[in-house]
Design a protein around this ligand. Sequence first.
Ligand code: ASP
Length: 319
Amino acid sequence: MSILLIHTGGTIGMEQTEHGFAPRIGIVEDAVADLTASGQAEGPVEVLRLDPLIDSAQATPDDWRRVARSIHQAAEVHDAFVVTHGTDTLAYTAAALCLSLAGLRKPVIVTGAMLPLTVAGSDGLDNLTAALSAARTAPPGVWVQFGGQLLHGARVRKSHSTAFDAFEAAPSDVPPLLPSRQSALNDVRAHKVGILSVAPGCCAELFAHAAAACDGLVLRCYGSGTAPDTPAMRRALQAAHDRGVPVLAVSQCPEGGMRLGTYAAGKVLQDTGVVDGRDMSPEMAFAKMQFALSLSGDFDSRRDFLGSNQCGEMLGTPD
Ligand code: ASP
């Protein structure tokens, strides 16, 4: 079984510099070579390094597309894929890969580390070894192997900024991959997507500006789907609707998700055509918005795409 490992950067392959941790070529490559040479990981493992290696804070939808394309182009040659990635935006990339690699019948395992392989006590080698092993055994789809867990790529979130088990994901019966009879690549293009949280007495001008300036908006609402119902908020959300800017609502609560319509205080969202993101993570919501805007369809078909379960990212059966 042959594995392609795509190294994008992140803490796992960093070393200390005068400005703090930064990526260096060769760290992950050497670790993979050592693991296969010592028999701790089964080969062959080909390593593809994305140039330049980045801290994932620098990642953009163009980087998601580069990783997805590399996997799609190598799908005939390799049996499984491992992506080494920075943890800060790993959940966004995992979400984007779920939406990109329609119908891929192979596992894609995304991993990283909280401490560089170059630092004593690093979790990098454990995560790398487990990811290479999961690449051989996991079902098709995009998974995140981290801190001893294999997590659903469409539902994963970074939930801790320092602990080794930094990620969690609610389980789903739906595989983490866009279903399709044939393997196909959904290309994403970068759009102006805003992500805004409501807060008591929050600045309404910010929402009005976002409605005028953005191509799509993710709105982080309270609890099961409420927001301040003020004339200014109504005007802003209506302006977005009138401009054809999709607005996707997700909850600020990490668990449970939205139930739009439970409270009258959520009516402002329904009246202005905001899409109910149910229990989707904000990371997935942001990535899904980029894909919705990359679709060739109109406003309504984008809203349908956003509001329906594509790859287990939200409650409900896939449409
Ligand atoms: N800043 C790093 C990154 O996301 C954090 C990490 O990898 O853990 O690239």
